[in-house]
Design a protein around this ligand. Structure first.
Ligand SMILES: [Zn+2]
Length: 328
């Protein structure tokens, strides 16, 4: 039998200590909101929190070894439900919310609590939030709701006011290296990922495990360097290569947009928290970037996204984008 383990979590010690204290004092929140940038570990922490709530060892929760912890670890606990995403914005349908409300009224199978996870809830519609409001306002004693979002502003203030909100942060590079080592990546792989994404473990894992994500990061870094050197030819060459696959192009543009954001923050404030995938390329671009120019570039990328949405061909989209970036 394999030894069950706690999820690999690095950093965010204060957050975890706060929640553990709440558990020992029998004061766990009935609605927890974990917010922070993509890849910073919100879903892993939501899983850890589910263990904390359901663990049979109140004093040392989550222990990782009891039956409840094991079942959560294997994503097989009957009292932990993850709401299913649907629709273009990957929100939750009103039907899904109603189903969760019905489930919330049912007593737990294994223990004292039932947990309902709404992960990546940024796309949750107003209707779905309203449908959920009553359950979160007056939850049954055995129900606990956990939400993860990138930005808190996407939730209705009425819903937000009923939640205990906790910010989740990327960790230091050395903590990230330790966590990735525990996940059995080689030193060389880890170095390549951390040099791109710093202490964002989720983004590092995406880069190491998903070939397309890796390609998108390399291209976005190349685009930033090309833009810094005003190398229009290279810009168009890289964009055209990415345009061979619309999904690759979208991911590349998303990271490239973050690179421009990083460069803009760097030119304004010096220090910046890496959101893109190449710190030095962003720094090189920063010297050529006024805030107004950065906004125009961001606008040009947004326009390219809109074109792709409305089924303009990828080749045409990148040609227009290249021209707009050079004129910006
Ligand atoms: Zn346990």
């Amino acid at each position: 039998m394999s030894t069950p383990e706690l999820p690999v979590i690095a950093g965010n010690e204060q957050l975890r200590a706060d929640l553990q204290l709440m558990r020992r004092q029998n004061h766990l929140p009935h609605a927890l909101l974990l917010h922070g940038e993509r890849g910073c570990g919100k879903k892993t922490l939501a899983k850890w929190f589910s263990m904390l709530v359901l663990c049979e060892d109140a004093e040392h929760a989550p222990c990782g070894g009891c039956k409840n912890c094991r079942l959560v670890s294997e994503n097989a606990h009957p009292d932990v439900m993850t709401a299913e995403h649907s629709g273009k914005r990957m929100g939750f349908s009103v039907e899904t919310v109603r189903a969760v409300r019905r489930e919330a009224g049912i007593l737990p199978n294994n223990g004292d609590m039932r947990i309902f996870l709404f992960t990546d809830a940024d796309g949750m519609s107003i209707q779905a939030q309203n449908a959920l409001l009553k359950s979160v306002e007056e939850p049954p004693a055995h129900a606990c709701f956990v939400f993860t979002v990138e930005t808190i502003g996407t939730l209705l203030p009425t819903l937000l006011s009923r939640m205990t909100a906790k910010a989740v942060f990327p960790v230091s590079e050395s903590e990230c290296v330790t966590a990735l080592t525990r996940l059995s990546y080689s030193a060389e792989e880890i170095q390549s990922a951390v040099s791109r994404f710093g202490g964002n473990i989720g983004k590092c894992i995406g880069y190491l495990s998903d070939e397309m994500q890796r390609q998108a990061a390399e291209t976005a870094a190349g685009l930033t360097a090309a833009l810094a050197q005003v190398n229009e030819y290279e810009l168009l060459r890289l964009l055209t290569a990415a345009a061979a696959d619309k999904d690759l192009l979208r991911r590349t543009l998303e990271l490239f947009d973050m690179q421009i954001r990083d460069a803009a923050v760097h030119s304004l404030e010096g220090e910046f928290r890496l959101m893109g995938c190449d710190r030095s390329a962003s720094e090189a671009l920063a010297g050529r970037l006024s805030p107004r120019r950065a906004m125009r570039m961001h606008g040009a990328i947004a326009e390219a996204f809109a074109d792709l949405e409305s089924n303009v061909g990828a080749a045409l989209t990148v040609t227009a984008l290249c021209a707009a970036l050079c004129e910006a």
